[in-house]
Ligand binder design. Structure first.
Ligand code: WT7
Length: 663
């Protein structure tokens, strides 16, 4: 895949400068950007410290900007105290109390708005309710809600009382929910009866009940919001309605000021092993990164309506729905459902009806909408849009051009933002009024962020077509702090590939390894090629091949499984599983039934997003004599390529013909 990608990006030479009109009003123009980059190059710690003092409201100002004495466990602004919810809400009340903070549309078309004042009141009520359950600083709260303002309210309420939240995407199954709850040791879960998605009800409460029968011994109370109104089970003594919890409580709640390093949230993401990692983010550094990156990249202005379509269950929904824009006093749009209900015009209708000015979505959505034709977007008034964005996976130049032409009417800048759950906020992206864009490139690191391309030995790679590992060479405020409960894994996964070196200042320098391969062109623009580890990117969602394999192997009929990705027109990557059965391998109708059963099983174990697209039953897997599965070979087979690789070192070369014949 990366070779094809490399070919396609190397062939891309189109350059799109921003319009004079955009540049004239831009928050950051080329001059300003050069100034910022020069300041950061001269003193990156001072650069971030200045921003932190200017952009965030501190209860106790910090004296230390960066403490790297325990590198790579970096601490930013460690002796300062602040509250994230205060920064997103309270501090706007004097100047923007009656400004809309959230515009919401449900999948069924219901619309609701919250001003900053109303949002603060609702957040404070829930915060008081949680306090009445004995929840506060040092506790974890799991949030399992539909994509909704209530999810934002729940996150902000936790932040307000110093509780660490962990949002679990509503599409995850009971099993995944249980694993995450057990890992966090949460005392409370905030959920809802259900949500509307794709014309169906997602039965969150049912999944939650099931998770609690599987484990979750730490859970004391389940707070249940009502969204869909369908009938649910309430366990007396354990389950409490959100509305009952806040009945009669005050709508003011003093924010709990916490140290800047206090964990604001944990968010689970996939890695190369079967066990998802609880990525731990800080309060001060995280909020700074989310806020300033949103302002630079999205050129946010007082009258903007910013719509990031990502679910709050993913990091994009944390940084660019819940925290970044609100910290800057920006109005955000939230839409509950899928882009295709009632038809593929839904996103464009929402843009028109609400007057969305900035639209930020994922390449997989762009490709799907592109497939449904131009009539949909052309039927709506998209004239309020002034900026477009993309995130989650490499955007292929074709999709970029469609976005540019059909949605952007060849006028709007597109920001392709590269970042990760671990980085907390965007690391590389165009600054739209300051530089030209190229379709398929996330362009350059933001001011204060330092990236490089290195080879296997960690040595920087030079030259026009040189590719290699993407690394971040200096710590940044919104970086992850650790993996919850496993600091060793944190160091090994992100900083273990290359040994630290000693910098000119005598301090240790560690390279953060992102896990992506990249290429940098003659303008210093980065082109992300894909993952280098066993991680799949399916519709912009990260899934470990091991995770899917473990789910398959947990089925009684499965002896062994190997999972690889293959390119997919809309999803980016599709999941292909090679499965060895226990006992005789079924054929015909029986095989079909088992394959369906296995897909559903993975759906139950992880969630619908992890259901393999293809499952092939076989008698064996291609292994080397030392017993290693030859994944490269499986990837070729999954793509239906002719096998030209040397298979003579395989233990069982005959198996290749069997696997390939099934294509
Ligand atoms: C991985 C991180 C960060 C928000 C959503 C995904 C890929 C993300 C881009 C982009 C090329 C991208 C990378 C990265 N990725 N954005 N603009 N261009 N690739 O967060 O689940 O933590 O996944 O997504 O491979 O490592 P995530």
């Amino acid at each position: 895949m990366s070779n094809e990608n490399l070919q396609s990006v190397l062939g891309e030479s189109r350059v799109f400068p921003p319009s004079a009109e955009f540049v004239a009003k831009a928050r950051v123009n080329a001059e300003k950007l050069a100034e910022m980059k020069a300041a950061a190059a001269a003193d990156y710690v001072g650069f971030w410290a200045d921003l932190a003092r200017k952009e965030l409201s501190w209860a106790t100002p910090f004296q230390t900007a960066l403490d790297d004495s325990k590198a790579p466990n970096y601490q930013w602004f460690p002796d300062g105290t602040l509250n994230a919810s205060y920064n997103c809400l309270d501090r706007h009340i004097a100047t923007r109390g009656d400004k809309i903070a959230i515009r919401y549309e449900g999948e069924k078309g219901d619309v609701k708005t919250w001003t900053f004042r109303q949002l603060l009141a609702d957040v404070s009520k829930l915060a008081n309710g949680l306090k009445s359950l004995g929840i506060g600083k040092g506790d974890r709260v799991v949030i399992y809600l539909p994509h909704s303002p209530e999810a934002v309210i729940a996150m902000q309420a936790c932040a307000r009382i110093g509780a660490t939240h962990s949002v679990v995407f509503g599409g995850f199954s009971a099993g995944s929910l249980k694993d995450r709850i057990d890992d966090t040791g949460a005392r409370i879960i905030i959920t809802a009866d259900g949500g509307n998605r794709g014309g169906h009800i997602v039965d969150l409460k049912k999944a939650c009940d099931e998770a609690l029968t599987l484990g979750c011994k730490s859970i004391e109370k389940v707070v249940v919001g009502i969204r869909t109104g369908h009938s649910i089970n309430m366990t007396p003594g354990r389950d409490i309605l959100w509305s009952d919890l806040i009945a009669g409580v005050s709508d003011t709640c003093e924010p709990e000021f916490v140290g800047a390093e206090h964990p604001l949230f944990l968010l689970y993401t996939s890695g190369s092993t079967g066990k998802p990692k609880g990525i731990q983010h800080s309060t001060g550094g995280y909020l700074l990164g989310a806020m300033v990156s949103a302002q630079w990249i999205f050129d946010l202005r007082e009258d903007d309506l910013f719509w990031c379509t990502a679910d709050v269950g993913w990091v994009t929904g944390h940084s660019y729905v819940c925290y970044g824009p609100l910290a800057g006093g920006t109005t955000v749009m939230i839409y509950e459902g899928v882009p295709t209900v009632p038809d593929a015009g839904r996103f464009w209708k929402i843009c028109q009806d609400h007057g969305v000015t900035i639209f930020y979505t994922a390449p997989t959505a762009i490709r799907a909408l592109m497939k449904s034709g131009e009539t949909f977007p052309n039927s709506y008034d998209l004239s309020k849009l002034r900026l477009l964005g993309s995130v989650g996976e490499p955007i292929n130049p074709e999709a970029w051009m469609w976005f540019h032409r059909v949605i952007g009417k060849e006028k709007l800048p597109i920001v392709d933002t590269w970042w990760q759950t671990e980085t907390g906020s965007t690391m590389m992206s165009p600054i739209p009024g300051a530089m030209p864009t190229k379709p398929g490139s996330c362009t350059q690191p933001l001011p204060g962020i330092f990236a490089d391309v290195v080879d296997e030995a960690g040595v920087p790679v030079e030259g026009k077509t040189a590719g290699g590992y993407l690394v971040i060479t200096k710590p940044w405020p919104s970086m992850l702090r650790t993996i919850w409960g496993d600091n060793e894994r944190y160091i090994k996964t992100y900083f273990g590939q290359f040994p630290p070196t000693t910098g000119p200042d005598g301090r240790e320098q560690w390279l953060y390894v992102a896990g992506d391969s990249t290429h940098r062109d003659e303008d210093g623009y980065y082109w992300i090629l894909g993952r280098v580890d066993d991680v799949l990117n399916v519709s912009g969602h990260r899934l470990g091949t091991m995770e899917v394999e473990s789910a398959l192997v947990s089925h009684p009929r499965v002896a062994e499984a190997a999972v690889v990705g293959r390119p997919h027109e809309i999803k980016g990557e599709a999941i292909c599983a090679f499965v060895i059965c226990k006992g005789t391998r079924p054929e015909g109708k029986e095989a079909e039934a088992l394959i369906k059963e296995l897909r559903d099983h993975v759906g139950r174990e992880i969630g619908a997003i992890a259901k393999p697209d293809d499952i092939r039953l076989a008698d064996g897997l291609p292994k080397t004599r030392s017993g290693k599965i030859m994944r490269r070979l499986l990837r070729s087979i999954a793509k239906g390529e002719e096998i030209t690789q040397d298979i003579s070192t395989l233990e069982n070369p005959a198996i290749v013909a069997q696997l390939a014949a099934k294509a």
